[in-house]
Design a protein around this ligand. Structure first.
Ligand code: PMP
Ligand code: GLU
Length: 420
């Protein structure tokens, strides 16, 4: 396995067509920041659709289901009853109490309401944790492939993202030895995401326990456990990192409502951690954004109190789609793809096709070029693995209707066959 290495800012000329060309003198950290490739690809595919192309979009990382009605009703009620004012900066006590209950019942984690900070999505929670804990010279370990925003958030804090590479050969998992070898005296954080965006990989409990045994020896290294896909699991069980022996104090648990409750547009997430960390992040939030929307918070309370039936239904649909997409992909010559145990992504290794020329004369030297060939010639929008630090892969989101997935897989078969 390749050693850990400092991640260089990605150069994604095709995805990120928006470099800062301006006379205005920007903060250097903003000028060098890449826009989110997942959002950029999704915007690009929507634009192509508006231009009249029959694009099937499999680039967006969001459930294609609507928010359950019982949640939406709570929001309507909040508006009608005039619950439209600022709340406590950390989020309403009632919501934080409901989160405390959820963490105890579902995750085996004992927190108090003052250890919870509600934010505008898990994205803000993660950005705040990184910003309050890391500064210039600090290192943040990020297993790759990773969610696109982690390294950018780390660089924005002035810290150094350090990639721990994985591949299709080890099922996109780091192991305890790799982790131990990567820790230096400058390491401040490890960001874990299980189930993973973009690979769908879920760590097994014994693998997490071995990592915890390593991390226990480095009490100054904290773990951000991004558990946003915890409820979207098909094989195995999700384990909260903070519930592992010795890990409660070292871990910052991040979660949100976007995926499990199909609430991406509501912008509601939270972190749970030791009080001083929560206090520091709350201070940052108080100066930058304040609490999330009062209406979304009321909806969040309803989400935590509702029966699991709508989630079970959504996960059953995702499972069927995962099985279908995986079988289709594995039927394509040269593609290797581990079975994802969770989330709604597959991350096939397409290295077999890189450097090849299609019958129409298009040479694809990178996953990015392959993605654009597929979008331009076959009207399927995917996200190149390069954006996730996995240059040999593509991310396919199967949060789309079965009808679209069937058509998309047929087009993808055509796309890959065009290289023969
Ligand atoms: N973490 C991961 C791994 C994600 O895929 C997302 C999706 N955007 C987020 C965090 C943030 O989610 P949100 O801000 O919508 O809660
Ligand atoms: N997390 C989703 C994705 O990976 C949403 C887009 C984003 O926030 O980057 O596609």
């Amino acid at each position: 396995m390749a050693p850990p290495c400092e991640l260089q800012p990605p150069h994604n000329p095709l995805i990120c067509m928006d470099p800062v060309h301006s006379e205005i003198r920007f903060n250097a950290r903003v000028a060098s920041m890449q826009p989110s490739a997942t959002l950029a690809m999704t915007a690009r595919s929507k634009q192509r659709k508006r231009e009249g192309f029959p694009v099937i979009g499999l680039s967006a990382g969001e459930p294609d289901f609507d928010t359950p009605e019982i949640i939406a009703d709570a929001a309507y009620r909040a508006i009608r009853e005039g619950f439209t004012h600022y709340t406590d900066n950390s989020g309403m006590l009632e919501l934080r109490e409901a989160i405390v209950l959820k963490l105890a019942n579902e995750n085996g984690l004992i927190y108090e309401p003052d250890q919870i900070l509600c934010s505008n999505g898990a994205k803000q929670s993660i950005a705040q944790v990184i910003s309050v804990l890391c500064g210039p010279g600090d290192e943040v370990l990020i297993p790759a492939p990773y969610w696109v925003s982690y390294p950018e958030m780390v660089r924005f804090a002035g810290a150094i993202p350090v990639s721990l590479p994985t591949s299709v050969h080890n099922g996109y998992r780091i192991d305890a030895e790799q982790l131990r070898d990567a820790i230096t005296e400058r390491t401040r954080l490890l960001i874990l995401c299980s189930p993973s965006n973009p690979t769908g990989m879920l760590y097994e409990p014994h693998q997490l326990v071995r990592m915890a045994e390593v991390l226990e020896k480095y009490p100054d290294v904290r773990i951000v456990s991004d558990e946003i896909y915890e409820k979207i699991v098909y094989d195995g069980d999700h384990v909260s990192f903070a519930s592992l022996p010795g890990m409660m104090e070292q871990t910052i648990t991040v979660n949100g409502f976007s995926k499990a409750y199909a609430m991406t547009g509501w912008r509601l997430g939270f972190m749970a951690a030791e009080r001083p960390i929560v206090k520091a992040a709350a201070k940052l939030q108080s100066q930058f954004t304040s609490a999330p929307s009062s209406i979304s918070q009321k909806a969040g309370i309803a989400a935590l109190k509702m029966s699991s039936e709508p989630i079970d239904r959504m996960v059953a649909a995702f499972r069927e789609r995962r099985d279908f997409v995986l079988e289709e992909l594995r039927g394509i010559d040269g593609i290797r793809c581990p079975r994802p145990e969770g989330a709604f992504y597959v991350f096939p290794d397409v290295s077999h096709y890189l450097g090849r020329t299609s019958r129409t004369g298009v040479t694809v030297n990178s996953s990015e070029e392959l993605c654009f060939y597929i979008l331009d010639s076959f009207n399927v929008a995917l996200v190149p693995g390069q954006a996730f630090g996995g240059p040999y892969g593509l991310r396919i989101s199967y949060a789309a209707s079965m009808e679209d997935l069937k058509e998309a897989m047929e087009r993808l078969r055509g796309a890959f066959a065009s290289f023969d």
